[in-house]
Design a protein around this ligand. Structure first.
Ligand SMILES: *Cc1c(COP(=O)(O)O)cnc(C)c1O
Length: 222
């Protein structure tokens, strides 16, 4: 993607975020745009870096570990968010590489992350992923299990920054975003990681603090 394209798309997405924020009476800079670069190589990512984007999302530890160390050598201030499911045996690598982890969804992973953070003396922000539509094939803890999982994460001293969800596909996402926002309020959590290319403006009007946008910035994935 040429730099012109990248900066145009980035400006468009930022403007839409700002507009949605204003509609909801929120400050546009209260929303962090995570550019989801999964499956895209360094050639596609560099134009976005050149356009000023610094926060990126990846869904696989291995892929991120292969791409990002080199990109980080040439650009300072990059923050990496892990947005995909994490196996406990990759917790150590994830803690070393990522600045935030959006897929904390079970007690065994809480334990693995807590141990990895203690060993590394590094504490990436954690988002607890909620299976907001109760879908069997999806990651995330069930809504009913959230209170116990949050208590466990807090007692393990994970830095719980927020909740994350991926609503069911092909239906209106707003009610699911609203439910996640209410769960966050009920449990004293401030961050809300919700909204992708198709629905990030809706998510922003409902309180998203982090939107995860891939296709609208990079084009379709192969
Ligand atoms: C791929 C992915 C995104 C980005 O999706 P787009 O529709 O390309 O914006 C956001 N969140 C998660 C968890 C993803 O896996």
């Amino acid at each position: 993607m040429p730099i012109d394209d990248a900066s145009t798309r980035l400006a468009e997405v930022r403007e839409k975020i700002a507009r949605a924020a204003r509609i909801a009476g929120r400050a546009p800079d209260a929303i962090e745009l995570i550019a989801v670069s999964k499956t895209h190589d360094a050639v596609a990512i560099r134009p976005l870096l050149a356009a000023g984007q610094r926060v990126f999302g990846e869904n696989r530890v291995q892929e991120a570990a292969a791409k990002w160390p080199e990109l980080r050598e040439t650009t300072s201030g990059v923050a990496l968010h892990l947005i995909g499911q994490l196996q406990s045996n990759k917790a150590e690598e994830a803690v070393a590489l990522f600045d935030a982890i959006h897929a904390v969804d079970r007690p065994s992973l809480v334990g693995a992350l807590a141990r990895a953070m203690d060993r590394a003396d590094r504490r990436p922000a954690c988002f607890v992923q909620v299976n907001i539509g109760d879908e069997p094939q999806k990651g995330g803890c069930l809504v009913a299990d959230l209170p116990a999982l949050l208590a466990e994460a807090r007692s393990a001293e994970l830095p719980v920054a927020g909740l994350m969800c991926i609503p069911p596909a092909d239906i209106e996402p707003a009610p699911y975003f609203a439910l996640l926002a209410r769960l966050a309020r009920d449990h004293g959590v401030t961050g809300l990681s919700m909204g992708m290319s198709g629905d990030y403006e809706t998510a922003v009007t409902i309180g998203a603090t982090h939107v995860r946008v891939g296709t609208a910035l990079f084009g379709e994935r192969a």
